[in-house]
Unconditional design. Sequence first.
Length: 202
Amino acid sequence: MADAPSVCPDMTDSTRLRPRPETILLGRLRLRRQQPGDVDPLYPIYCDPATHLHHPARRLSSIDASGHTMARWQRHWQDHGSGQWVVCLVDAGDRVIGFGRVTYRCCGGVDKHDPGCRLTPTASGHGYATEFASCVLGCAFLHSGAAEVLALIRLANRGSIRVAGKVGMQRAPELDDQVGDAVRLVFRKTARAVVVHDGRLP
């Protein structure tokens, strides 16, 4: 049986790691660990060119590819205790509107926590990505013990750059890199830099 929903973690007790919940309830969103049946909503979101404007090579080409992706995500969660969340819209009967994560990614030769999410185009422009990012930063610090989180964002991805700023991430230009023709900007937030507002994440 899945754990009871948790609220978005606060930072009032950041010296102790907390058990990772299976479900997190935000104001408008519910984040839950992925299940095998989530292959069905995964494919239409991840095969849509509109959700892969900045990473076209990551588009899924078939239902079978969705199954392989879901299996890889489940292995990551088992190995690292973190990974992809299913992003559900509470007021729409927990309809799946996307997937997001804090996973390990190599940056500057070191594996770091890297947040990100991919939402269906109809969910864009409502602040859901910011709501998600604020919460998963807290998860990385409180549940995974991360000293810092780095976001690797392509220069052309202005929306993600805006979200990084809204959740208090700072530029780390010394870590910027390039993949093919794409320049990736790096944004950083440290556990020490997290500010408490009324006992909750900013």
